[in-house]
Design a protein around this ligand. Structure first.
Ligand code: ATR
Length: 271
């Protein structure tokens, strides 16, 4: 008898993860049968867990904080975007038995902005605020959309410079960023978690500027609230990205692409 394929998201902490709910929704929608679990795995157990999971027939893993960089180091085969971002959120075994790593965060962000919100990225001047793992995971896909310019600013400038060098984009000092206008500003910092604003000022908002916070919460994040108060008409939070990055992982594993709109409606309705 054929076994139901097993998937799992691992991180530490993991209780908050919405991935089981999201993947169950996708599988039901496709009348596909999968098991999807969430497991807390600490750093010391990561390698053993991943190896045992696949050796015992596991079909695919999602990796969440804080393991995306460590999981990257375990992979035998990486996509170009995963190689550049030095982080993976999706693992699977290919037909040669190699452990493959992909990072679907950037694809998820782009799909959310372009498809769900109907905002073009091509020819736009984009500012990414933040230079941690969240920023690193999305730059490749933003560049792939042919924007006019991608700039990056960070509280700690040397980290922005290092990322700018790797991706061939422009690192701005905060005071220099404050003197420029952008069409799309993406908050890739974790500042919203502590209720703080990242480095931003209203002079940076070009006419029709759109603001995206990669974080999301029940209420507007501080960044989204600030953008609305400063007249930004199109604000977005990271819930759509969460759903879209999961849809990309589901597609990689199962070969069929879920329709995300019904789930997004459901999740937004429940907020
Ligand atoms: P992640 O992997 O989630 O991106 P990270 O690597 O710790 O997490 O990076 C967090 C990012 O948010 C960094 O760019 C950090 O700025 P620093 O490099 O200066 O630490 C940024 N960040 C966190 N809290 C912030 C705050 N209150 N204001 C501005 N930037 C903040």
């Amino acid at each position: 008898m054929k076994r139901t394929p097993l998937y799992c998201v691992i991180g530490d902490p993991i209780k908050h993860s919405r991935s089981p709910e999201i993947h169950k929704f996708f599988a039901d929608q496709q009348t596909d049968s999968i098991h999807y679990e969430a497991k807390r795995v600490d750093e010391a157990s990561l390698q053993n867990f991943v190896m045992n999971f696949f050796e015992s027939g596991g079909a695919g893993l999602n990796i969440t904080l804080p393991h995306k960089e460590s999981a990257f180091l375990l992979c035998d085969k990486l996509s170009e975007r995963a190689t550049l971002s030095r982080a993976v959120n999706t693992l699977f075994i290919d037909n040669r038995g190699l452990l493959c790593g992909e990072n679907t965060d950037g694809l998820g962000l782009v799909r959310d902005i372009v498809d769900n919100h109907g905002i073009a990225i091509s020819n736009k001047s984009i500012l990414i605020i933040g230079a941690g793992g969240a920023a690193r995971g999305v730059i490749y896909d933003l560049i792939s959309c042919n924007p006019a310019l991608v700039s990056i600013v960070n509280r700690t400038h040397h980290k922005a410079e290092a990322l700018a060098k790797r991706f061939n984009i422009k690192a701005l000092e905060i005071r220099s960023a404050f003197e420029k206008e952008f069409d799309l500003i993406i908050n890739a910092t974790s500042s919203s978690l502590v209720g703080e604003l990242p480095p931003i000022c209203s002079a940076m908002l070009a006419p029709n500027c759109c603001c995206y916070d990669m974080m999301y919460s029940k209420e507007d994040t501080v960044f989204v609230r600030w953008a609305k108060q400063n007249g930004v008409l199109h604000t977005m939070d990271g819930l759509g990205m969460l759903v879209e990055q999961a849809a990309e992982a589901f597609f990689l594993w199962r070969g069929s692409r879920p329709t995300t709109t019904p789930l997004l409606k459901k999740l937004r309705g429940a907020r």
